[in-house]
Design a protein around this ligand. Sequence first.
Ligand code: TXA
Ligand code: MG
Length: 341
Amino acid sequence: MMNDQSMLTQRLPEEAIAYAAKLLEEGELVAFPTETVYGLGADAMNAVAVAKIYAAKKRPTDHPLIVHLAKDAPLTPWVSHVPRMAEQLIEAFWPGPLTLILQRAPSVPAIVCGGQASIALRSPAHPLAQALLKKFKNGAGGVAAPSANQFGRVSPTTVAHVREEFPVGYEPSVHILEGGNVSVGIESTILDLSRLEQGIGPVMLRPGAITAENIARVIGVLPQAADVHAPRSSGSLAAHYAPRTLLRLLPRAQLRAYLSQERAKKIALICTPPADLFLHAFYIEFAQTTPEAYAYVLYAMLRRLDKLGFDQIVIEQPPKDAIWSAVTDRLRRAAAAFDTH
Ligand code: TXA
Ligand code: MG
């Protein structure tokens, strides 16, 4: 009789991983799952391959990329110096959704870092991403990968989202390593450690699933908020992650007045219970009540609502507590594209 156990055991698709690694080694683009969002990868040491990422995304070339490394891969090809704080954070959080900005080594192609003197590094936790990074150049390489979406748009959390952004036949072509849904749903936390020698930092450039408090517990200091001199970060542009439908983010107290003022419009409302606003919106959905659950559904929700032909999407602002900062940050940036000032 067949052993049911063998059928139930999850196995990594070795052939698909080897094929994706080979394409990367040949300078092609490969989209792959990470625990945060899908990335659009290219060999980080191949400037021609990296240029294809910018072309595919229509992203300005001065916006630097994150280099993804296998767990325990050496950092020396990428950085000139690893501060103690970076070692502590890598030990605590890699593989995982934490990106560190460090001083870059001279051998890294300038295009990877948008011409800056620093470099962004992370080791993703998704098993397929790790398997791909271990196969690619036998684990010694780095894969430059922004989120696999057109510049300024909503990040992809499923294979279908990636295909929407880069359809079959798209130039340059994008191969996808399929890995189901991601588990976190919003991009990694970005922490700048590149200016410690000048007495600046650590600085939080982008909030994510690993919070400032999580970081403080490891290094003993709370990261500062981004300052005007902080390295540029496209995920920190005010308007980013935007759907096409007009999006408003409003506190609960303003929802009723806003909805009655916009009564003639077909409004999709995302809010917490109680449902006393039911009669005022064209369509209503309850918001997730934990930051983890909200992050998990956020981008798929924006994409879904964006396709349904509403005049507006109105979203209730999440609570002010620090644990909500990453979700609130993404919602603010999605709504900022529609600010009139
Ligand atoms: O979760 C993630 O971080 C995903 C997955 C695929 O790993 N990647 C991602 O990449 O979100 P992207 O390109 O969409 O966002 C990377 C952010 C950008 O805002 C970029 O400006 C910033 O990292 N960044 C990269 N290198 C930097 C550097 N040297 N200094 C400051 N910011 C940097
Ligand atoms: Mg992005």
